[in-house]
Design a protein around this ligand. Structure first.
Ligand SMILES: *Cc1c(COP(=O)(O)O)cnc(C)c1O
Length: 343
């Protein structure tokens, strides 16, 4: 493998993380939808999730969903961001399920679903404290009532989201509200709602504690599968690999600290300043995790400068960095960052 700037993904570990989450959540009556937006819908990573027992996949962008379909992935796919006006046809063609915060976008999809002789499944997104997306709880009964008169679409269930924008974690009280809303929506719809999705990786703690007592029976997991971490605390979740995904960068300068202009210290040969060939054009610099003994000094569009307490890296060396979810997403979308898959 050439020394190109790359995201290196261990597919065996992605599968192992998926498997661990699928099995442990099954004990709480909760299914897992694998979220692929962190890897821009990379089909091989998606397949690694499916190999771990994930039965459905979801993404927030239609381009990523089309990429999955083009690669021959046939499992149910959900569009988890409210579809854009111009994308109704693509959503009907490529997705089995889509998430909506208002009736407008559902009404736009319905004619295309009818024309395609399909019943498209709808998840109604409810806002329970994250203040990102979703309709207000009090709007749900009216929306469900209105949906009964829209042909071509069927209500599959309710969904909610936590800790995405605001970092508000799901409390027992919020989750209880969610269950009450599901029951209310069912009474209006007149049939059981089969799939109710409680959120993403931020809900894992809630699920392991009280998932059983809730009507929510699905989680949409991205970060925990790919990075092994809890988005709220940033901590590694017990049982998961936190090194399935890495950023490999090349050291292009290594200068002993004492030799730098303006340095007051004597050159001891112990520490150095390293320049890495990666920048904010490629990733989220503040979302990178450096090997022990290295600290970030700063970064620009094309360089990152780190202080190395020990002279472990020389010019031309490869360095493996950890990535936050935002650092990963950006790297996967950057034109100069390639993807290396291994087992
Ligand atoms: C990104 C996303 C998820 C996945 O969240 P993670 O924290 O990565 O598990 C779930 N639902 C929606 C709507 C999302 O946009």
């Amino acid at each position: 493998m050439s020394a190109r700037l790359r995201v290196k993904i261990n597919l065996t570990k992605v599968t192992a993380n998926s498997q661990f989450l699928v099995h442990s959540l099954a004990q709480h009556g909760i299914s897992v939808t694998g979220v692929t937006k962190g890897v821009r819908g990379h089909p091989e990573v998606a397949k690694a999730m499916l190999a771990g027992g994930v039965l459905q996949l979801a993404d927030a962008r239609i381009s990523n969903i089309l990429r999955l379909r083009k690669a021959g992935i046939t499992c149910p796919l959900s569009m988890i961001r409210c579809p854009l006006k111009a994308q109704s046809q693509q959503v009907i063609d490529a997705c089995d399920i889509s998430y909506h915060s208002h009736l407008d976008s559902i009404q736009r999809l319905a004619p295309q679903a009818l024309a395609a002789h399909k019943t498209h499944h709808i998840m109604l997104m409810v806002e329970l404290g994250d203040a990102r997306d979703g309709m207000l709880p009090q709007q749900v009964p009216q929306a469900v009532q209105a949906m009964k008169k829209i042909p071509g679409v069927a209500l599959l269930g309710l969904a909610t989201n936590f800790a995405c924008l605001s970092g508000v974690p799901p409390t027992a009280q919020r989750m209880h509200e969610f269950t009450e809303l599901i029951v209310l929506a069912e009474s209006v719809w007149g049939a059981p709602l089969r799939a109710n999705s409680a959120g993403g990786s931020a809900n894992l703690t809630w699920a392991s504690q009280s998932g059983r007592s809730s009507r929510a029976n699905n989680l949409r997991l991205g970060e925990s599968i790919l990075l092994g971490t809890d988005p709220i605390s940033g901590r590694v979740i017990t049982g998961l690999f936190d090194d399935a995904v890495k950023l490999v960068v090349e050291v292009i300068e290594a200068t002993p600290t004492g030799a730098l202009a303006g340095s007051k210290k004597q050159h001891t040969g112990q520490s150095s300043r390293l320049v890495l060939a990666v920048g904010s054009q490629d990733t989220d610099i503040l979302g990178l995790g450096f090997p022990a003994g290295l600290t970030l000094i700063g970064g620009t569009s094309d360089h990152i400068v780190v202080h190395s307490h020990l002279n472990r890296f020389s010019i031309g060396a490869n360095m493996e960095l950890k990535l936050s979810y935002s650092a990963l997403t950006r790297a996967m979308s950057a034109p100069d960052v390639s993807t290396q898959l291994h087992h």
